[in-house]
Design a protein around this ligand. Structure first.
Ligand code: NAD
Length: 483
């Protein structure tokens, strides 16, 4: 069986070499095809951070084992890590966090054992990276949460929780504030929950969840979340079990899956051969299990757990009074412990049953669409304009723009209503949302909206617009704060 391997940037090559050395020493019957991906590939002029040959090989083999890759901050190229996850629709990012004996934390010292899995949606949310400067002062990020995308990741989370024998699955969200986006994710969660009546399904608002995870992490089992919130909460969970050096991650898709550590390229320690390879090793073990190499995975994991129990450590953790090993020595220590059984959490030796991933060759992009029963009707439009005028004066000017089709309903600034009612204590920025609704509840067309756009553009620069739709009797847009 062959998989694609990308060593990555920074500490990537060092920890990948250590992990592959452990696999080879355990005679894992995998072949590796090394592909060109990462910062250095950007620098060679490939704008998505990978060569076309790398893309071909990964699509052919269906499995990518990768080291961390650098993303330049701020302006410039997009993250190759995110590009890879999105391009190949690895919609579920599974991150497991377990107490490891020998890795002391405040919880392990108090005898509190943690065994948590976070499933983070991996494609959507603000990670679409669709951002615009609407004025010199105002930046906008579009946050997409979709029904098919949410159903896909939530169904994976429930199936995984059932397989794991989990007692509880929790949806983390902020649906009290983001009623449509997080609200949709939460709605999908409870829709899928109906298919799994034996699993206790509940939800928690993300800020409360963050606090609860720090105070009583042992009460959670599987948590499913949207992309950004899941990213933040999973780093918090890494902290609970000893840090990023112990946090593995699997990006699961229907056709292609990517296995990598949660941490980045650690530029501060790159090239010194002192990085901790454990997170990448744990990610590699998840990959071996995914491919059916269950016995190899168990032998290696038992050796890793035994090594940690012996107090053997790299420089980033463990007892500072005993000398730390470098990356290569740490890998060798694990190899020398093959066949040993750890005192805690020993994995059963289940015979290998390798299964080559079923790579199907797609000749077109899959369209995911859910059934839409309700009647759709345009009832208005939000026009986002640039202006430093006061709300009353904008409203005055807009009276005639509405014509016979529209009435100006409200004006808001940064989501807070400032006209017809509001407060002089609300600070303003140079971008307003003018909400127009249909006069006398008449049905509107897109041409009507364009008519309003043309009229309004005589007075203001229109930065963007959004249609106000009704699906049957459901409002498909939010109200402004105070409206
Ligand atoms: P980082 O995870 O690279 O480092 C944070 C801290 O943790 C550093 O002090 C580092 O030395 C330490 N650390 C991380 N991994 C370690 C390990 N295995 N052993 C010992 N110490 C370790 O985060 P960062 O500095 O914010 O990011 C550096 C680069 O990595 C950025 O370009 C970022 O975009 C990229 N990144 C990539 C991935 C990925 O490839 N999936 C994930 C996160 C960040």
């Amino acid at each position: 069986m062959k998989i694609a391997v990308a060593k990555g940037d920074g500490i990537g090559p060092e920890i990948m070499d250590a992990v592959l050395k452990i696999f080879d020493a355990n005679k894992v019957s995998l072949e590796y095809e090394f592909v060109e991906m990462g910062k250095w590939v950007f620098d060679k002029g490939f704008s998505n951070g990978m060569t076309p040959e790398a893309q071909r090989v990964i699509e052919e083999l269906g499995i990518l084992f990768k080291g961390p890759m650098e993303t330049p901050k701020g302006k410039g190229v997009k993250s190759v890590n995110v590009t890879a996850r999105k391009t190949w629709n690895t919609y579920a990012n599974k991150r497991t966090f377990q107490t490891l004996h020998g890795v002391d934390t405040v919880f392990s010292k108090a005898g509190i054992l943690i065994d948590l899995t976070i499933v983070r949606e991996n494609i959507e949310d603000t990670y679409g990276g669709i951002e615009h400067m609407l004025t010199h002062d105002v930046a906008l990020s579009r946050r997409f949460i979709t029904r098919p995308g949410s159903m896909q990741v939530i169904r994976y989370a429930f199936e995984m929780a059932k397989q794991k024998g989990a007692r509880r699955i929790t949806c983390g969200h902020k649906a009290n504030i983001m009623k449509l986006t997080d609200g949709l994710f939460l709605e999908c969660f409870y829709e899928v929950a109906k298919e799994f009546p034996d699993l206790k399904a509940d939800d928690k608002i993300v800020d409360d969840l963050a606090m609860q995870l720090v105070v009583k992490p042992e009460q959670y089992d599987v948590i499913v979340m949207t992309n950004l919130q899941g990213d933040i909460i999973s780093d918090l969970c890494a902290g609970l079990v000893g840090g990023l050096g112990f946090a593995p991650s699997a990006n699961i898709g229907d056709h292609i899956s990517i296995f990598e550590a949660v941490h980045g390229t650690a530029p501060d320690i790159a090239g010194k051969n002192i990085a901790n390879p454990t997170a990448l090793l744990l990610s590699g073990l998840a990959m071996l299990r995914h491919l059916g190499f269950t016995e190899n995975a168990a032998v290696i994991e038992n050796a890793l757990l035994y090594t940690l129990e012996q107090g053997i450590h790299t420089g980033d953790f463990g007892d500072r009074s005993t000398p730390s090993l470098n990356t290569t020595q740490f890998a060798d220590a694990i190899i020398s412990n093959f066949g040993k059984t750890p005192k805690a959490n020993a994995r059963p030796l289940l015979a290998n049953n390798p299964e080559t991933p079923a790579v199907c060759h797609l000749d077109r992009n899959a369209m995911m669409v859910s059934k839409e029963d309700e009647q759709e009707k345009i009832v208005g439009v939000d026009m986002f304009i640039e202006s430093i005028d006061q709300p009353d004066s904008i409203a005055q000017k807009c009276l005639h723009h509405g014509g016979t089709k529209f009435k100006l309903l409200s004006i808001s600034n940064r989501g807070t209503q400032v006209w017809p009612t509001g407060s002089k204590y609300t600070n303003l920025v140079n971008q307003y949302n003018l909400r127009f609704e249909a006069l006398n509840e008449q049905a509107l067309t897109q041409q009507d909206i364009i008519g309003l756009y043309v009229s309004l553009s005589a007075d203001y620069k229109i930065c963007s617009l959004e249609l106000l739709n009704m699906w049957g009797d459901k409002r498909a847009y939010s109200l402004a704060q105070g409206q």
